[in-house]
Design a protein around this ligand. Structure first.
Ligand code: SAM
Length: 248
């Protein structure tokens, strides 16, 4: 049994350590970074801000550039090393550890958990602990914001799914996924085909419906304040494929 089958074998460093050297290149043009930073800046007020899974600083560094004080928790030393090498990156205090468990000094006006990373935790218990940990770091009136995809299980009607992610003359990216409805897990392998060779990246998620996340928030003493269909604050509707949820 490996990590994909056995939640007790969960290693919070695995994703970041494996993908660190390629993270920025792979995701540079894929995320809505500008609208996310604008929305987060508004939510943060005067700060300070804590980002769980701060990674290489895609969001944290532009937030610092707006004048906000930003702290981070990150499991992967490799991701932190890349953050530290960027302008302003070395000045961001980062605690290395599992964001469902570790604490940092202080309280924050905004705690951020971006890019589906709540699903990186292996089971409901760990996700509940993460909400509790986020809540424990909020100053009075503070908010916890996360963004995540909305489960779309129709793609697994005929078994594992295969879909192209991007196609160019230099690289083709495919996403192959397998669904375990009992554990609410989707184990995904991204396949990147380049002239230089083939790279595989595992992205294993324990998904939750928005309503389940709202219950986790309630267990942590938080309530849903806003839910949008994206960082542009578009309405969250039946066809939304992602949500940005704000708890306070
Ligand atoms: C998809 S990346 C997002 C990075 C960054 N927040 C961004 O928006 O680009 C997820 C990050 O969370 C980190 N991570 C995953 N699980 C974690 C955990 N349990 N505790 C701490 N960090 C974790 C990964 O190492 C990775 O850096």
């Amino acid at each position: 049994m490996d990590q994909t089958d056995d939640p007790t074998a969960y290693d919070p460093t695995a994703y970041g350590t494996e993908i660190a050297s390629e993270y920025d290149e792979l995701y540079d043009d894929m995320f809505e970074t500008d609208s996310a930073v604008a929305c987060l800046t508004e939510l943060a007020g005067d700060g300070p801000v804590l980002e769980l899974g701060i990674g290489t600083g895609r969001l944290a560094l532009p937030l610092v550039q707006t004048g906000l004080e930003v702290h981070g928790i990150e499991a992967s030393e490799e991701m932190v090393t890349l953050l530290r090498a960027k302008p302003d990156g070395a000045d961001i205090p980062v605690v290395v550890g599992d964001f469902a468990e570790v604490t940092v000094p202080g309280t924050f006006s905004l705690v951020i958990l971006a890019v589906n990373t709540i699903y990186a935790l292996p089971d409901q218990d760990a996700q509940v602990r993460c909400f509790a940990n986020a809540a424990a770091h909020l100053a009075s009136g503070g908010r916890f914001v996360l963004d995540a995809w909305v489960p779309d299980l129709a793609q697994f009607a005929n078994g594992p799914s295969v879909r192209p992610r991007s196609v160019s003359d230099k690289r083709v990216a495919l996403v192959l996924a397998e669904h375990d409805p009992v554990r609410q897990r989707i184990n995904t392998t991204q396949v990147h085909l380049r002239e230089s060779g083939v790279r595989l990246h595992a992205v294993n998620h324990r998904y939750a419906w928005p309503s389940e996340l709202d219950l986790m928030a309630r267990l942590a003493g938080l309530r849903l304040q806003a839910r949008w269909g994206g960082w542009d604050k578009s309405p969250f509707v039946a066809t939304s494929t992602t949500h940005v949820s704000v708890y306070g």
